[in-house]
Design a binder for this molecule. Structure first.
Ligand SMILES: [Zn+2]
Ligand SMILES: [Zn+2]
Length: 347
């Protein structure tokens, strides 16, 4: 927890074990955790929940790690014109909403996707349709019923009693801003507002849908958040266009891309183009105290999870950040992007 009580977490890999990831979150002093529930770069979904899920939920609870966010597969495109791709995307989103209830996840975080050149109006209608259908199907569709039976153990299982979905357990769908490359939607606050309006017009309750701002994506989209005054301006702009209560998550990533480049390459906190001053303002802005922060910085499974969390704490305290070596600045995040194993590893 940061000094003013706002929660901070990290996207942690589950490939070496779900319980291990929960324990790692506690070790590095994270409050919250973001994970993949399945392979983020494959359409095929696991047939049944991971065997380790009940133990994972118990461990998170015991350690007080919350909230849990599930990041949806990168393949999903909620805005695209291809029918088959679109139907698969709706199915994955629906599946993740069901999975989130089973995991006890508060947030389902998804990239909005690309209209592939068909224009913003087309994309808006697609996103609204996909979200409305995912929620409708996820709540009372046959797939939800099929996939909900408890496969995790007997009545002594702490998690099983929590598997019955109810309104209080309903996850919040958190749409992430894009850097704007490849006709990616939601690169501006105004377009995010239009997307939320279009979803609400399809009858989805506004409380069920929020926004995640990824700092590296903001930078790629052209928001000069390296300057604290520009962070303040962005916060005001978001509040006017959308309302700050709907800003649920911030991905506190630095960027190695150029401002306005529409590309998205994450960097260690304070070691990229955005730098310390802007990220410090983003993580200490008084109006953002209700937001959950997550790191998606490089080298999560190589010890940089702890290093970057420490860098955030230093930022909050107003301390200078230690320099990183050139090879550290070249680390990639991809090895962190692992889903739970089908079988719990031997421990
Ligand atoms: Zn993301
Ligand atoms: Zn992100």
């Amino acid at each position: 927890m940061l000094s003013d009580g706002r929660p901070i977490g990290a996207h942690l890999p589950l490939g070496t074990g779900m319980v291990r990831a929960a324990e790692r979150a506690a070790e590095i002093g994270a409050d919250a955790i973001q994970v993949f529930s399945d392979n983020p770069t494959a359409w095929r979904r696991r047939a049944s929940p991971p065997a380790e899920l009940p133990a994972f939920r118990r461990r998170l609870k015991a350690l007080g790690i919350a909230p849990l966010a599930i990041h949806v597969s990168y393949l999903v495109n909620l805005a695209g014109p291809d029918e088959e791709f679109f139907e698969r995307s709706v199915a994955i989103l629906r599946d993740e909403l069901v999975t989130a209830r089973r995991y006890g996840a508060r947030f389902v975080n998804v990239h909005i996707g690309s209209h592939r050149g068909r224009g913003s109006e087309f994309g808006l209608a697609r996103v609204a349709e996909s979200v409305a259908r995912a929620f409708a199907d996820g709540r009372d569709g046959p797939d939800a019923q099929d996939s909900l039976p408890d496969q995790t153990g007997g009545p002594t299982d702490a998690a099983s009693s929590e598997d019955t979905p109810g309104p209080a357990d309903d996850p919040i769908l958190v749409l992430e801003n894009s850097a704007g490359g490849g006709f990616g939607m939601g690169a501006s606050v105004e377009e995010l507002a239009a997307i939320l309006d279009a979803i609400a017009a399809r009858g989805v309750e506004p409380e069920r849908v929020g926004i995640c701002l990824d700092a590296a994506h903001l930078w790629g989209a052209g928001y000069r958040i390296s300057e604290p005054a520009e962070v303040d301006a962005l916060v005001d702009r978001f509040d006017r266009a959308i309302g700050l209560p709907r800003l649920r998550m911030i991905h506190l990533n630095d960027s190695r891309s150029e401002l306005g480049s529409h590309t998205d390459r994450h960097q260690h906190v304070g070691a990229g183009q955005i730098g310390s001053a802007g990220l410090r303002r983003l993580v200490t802005h008084p109006a953002l105290a209700g937001v959950t922060y997550f790191l998606e910085t490089p080298g999560m499974d190589e010890g940089y999870d702890a290093i970057n969390l420490d860098r955030v704490r230093r930022l909050v305290r107003g301390e200078p950040l230690p320099d990183l070596e050139p090879h550290e600045l070249e680390l990639r995040g991809s090895r962190s992007r692992s889903a739970p194993a089908d079988e719990a590893p031997a421990r």
